[in-house]
Structures are given as structure tokens and as C-alpha cells.
Design a protein around this ligand. Structure first.
Ligand SMILES: O=C(O)CCCC[C@@H]1SC[C@@H]2NC(=O)N[C@@H]21
Length: 200
């Protein structure tokens, strides 16, 4: 009987560190790029507010629904950092100045929003049609709380503080986003529930 030496335990961590770093960071990096692409895809102006309709909330929702909370937070933090250092990754090709403008609160809110979604959603259970429907409903709830309620709360409060426009006026002027963000939440919940099969 021949003895086949196995890989030494002590050597493994040093060899696998770069692999572990790549494994932990490729998804956050991909979602940060997707956030930029969502901004670059274009914007729809909403009368009465300087904040446009964009696809960013869809990506924030997908990040929260598909990544562990630390990775979802890292994805948004990387995106915000890219804009803060001057890369034109925000809506309309804006960068640093957007973080002190009327859309700043929404951008800042993407971070707690994505983390909140990841913490609320739980694990998808696709073992039966009923279980899958319940999972999709929980994903939808998480997307609405984190991607709409949390993002809007930060957006409205900071926009009102920066512009001096009363909070109720800011909130009323922003109602044009609600229908689109509700549709994005449904799309994100259904897509993420289906895609959760891939993570198994
Ligand atoms: O300047 C930016 O890049 C941020 C734009 C923020 C747009 C907000 S996010 C929530 C709401 N839903 C939208 O579609 N647009 C606004």
C-alpha cells in the first residue's frame, strides 16, 4: 500500500488567500459595475424634482437579494467610492458633486438599503411551488423595505436638508418614482428567486 502525502495544512492558507480575496470580491465588483451601467443606461426626468428615474434601484435590490449583506454593502460602497473620487458613475455622468447635490440622499441611502434587503430576505426555498411563491413574496417585501422605504427616507431627508425645501414638498414631488420602483421590486424579487437556484 503506497502512502500518498496530502497537501500540508499549514501551506494551504497562504496559497489560497488570493483565491479567497477574488472569491469574496468578484460579485461586489460586478454589482458596482452594474450600478454604473444602470446610471449610464439613461434617466427619465420627473417634473417638479431634480431627481430622475433611473435603473439604479433595480441593481441595489438585486445586490441585496443575491449577495450576503457584507458583499451587498461592499458593492454599493465601491460604487459610491468610485463616484466620490471623480469617476462619472452617477446619474447623468455626474461624480463627486452629486454627493452634495439633490440626489445625494438617494445615493447614500443605497448603502443601508442594500444591506437591509440582504438582512431581511432570508434564504430562498424552491422545494415546492408554494415554498417558491412564499420566498418570492419575502424577497419582494425585502426589496420594497430596503430599496424603496430606506432609500426614499435618506433621499427625502437629505434633499430637504440640502435644498431647504420642506420634507412634505420633497416627498410629494418624488411620488413619480413609486410606480417604477414597485415594478423594479417585483422584477428583482422574481429574478432573484429564480437565480437563487444557481447558488446551490
Ligand atoms: O444621482 C444619482 O446617481 C442618484 C439618482 C437617484 C435616483 C432616485 S433612486 C430612488 C428613486 N427611484 C428612481 O428611479 N429614481 C430615484
Amino acid at each position: 500500500m503506497t502512502f500518498k502525502p496530502s497537501t500540508t495544512v499549514a501551506a494551504s492558507p497562504a496559497r489560497t488567500l488570493p483565491r479567497r480575496i477574488i472569491a469574496a470580491s468578484w460579485k461586489p465588483a460586478m454589482f458596482a459595475v452594474l450600478l454604473w451601467l444602470a446610471s449610464a443606461a439613461g434617466e427619465i426626468p420627473v417634473p417638479g424634482t431634480p431627481v430622475p428615474i433611473t435603473l439604479q434601484t433595480l441593481v441595489v435590490m438585486m445586490a441585496g437579494l443575491m449577495l450576503p449583506w457584507r458583499q451587498a454593502g461592499a458593492a454599493v460602497a465601491a460604487y459610491l467610492a468610485a463616484g466620490a473620487i471623480g469617476l462619472p458613475v452617477f446619474a447623468g455622468g455626474a461624480s463627486t458633486m452629486a454627493l452634495v447635490g439633490p440626489t445625494a440622499g438617494f445615493l447614500v441611502g443605497f448603502l443601508p438599503g442594500a444591506i437591509m434587503i440582504a438582512l431581511l430576505r432570508g434564504e430562498a426555498n424552491l422545494t415546492s411551488p408554494l415554498a417558491a411563491a412564499i420566498s418570492a413574496a419575502r424577497y419582494l417585501f425585502a426589496a420594497l423595505v430596503g430599496g424603496v422605504a430606506v432609500v426614499y427616507a435618506f433621499g427625502f431627508l437629505i434633499q430637504s436638508a440640502l435644498t431647504g425645501v420642506p420634507l412634505n414638498v420633497v416627498a410629494l414631488a418624488s411620488m413619480g418614482f413609486v410606480a417604477g420602483d414597485a415594478v423594479k421590486a417585483v422584477v428583482a424579487a422574481l429574478a432573484a428567486t429564480g437565480l437563487s437556484k444557481l447558488g446551490r
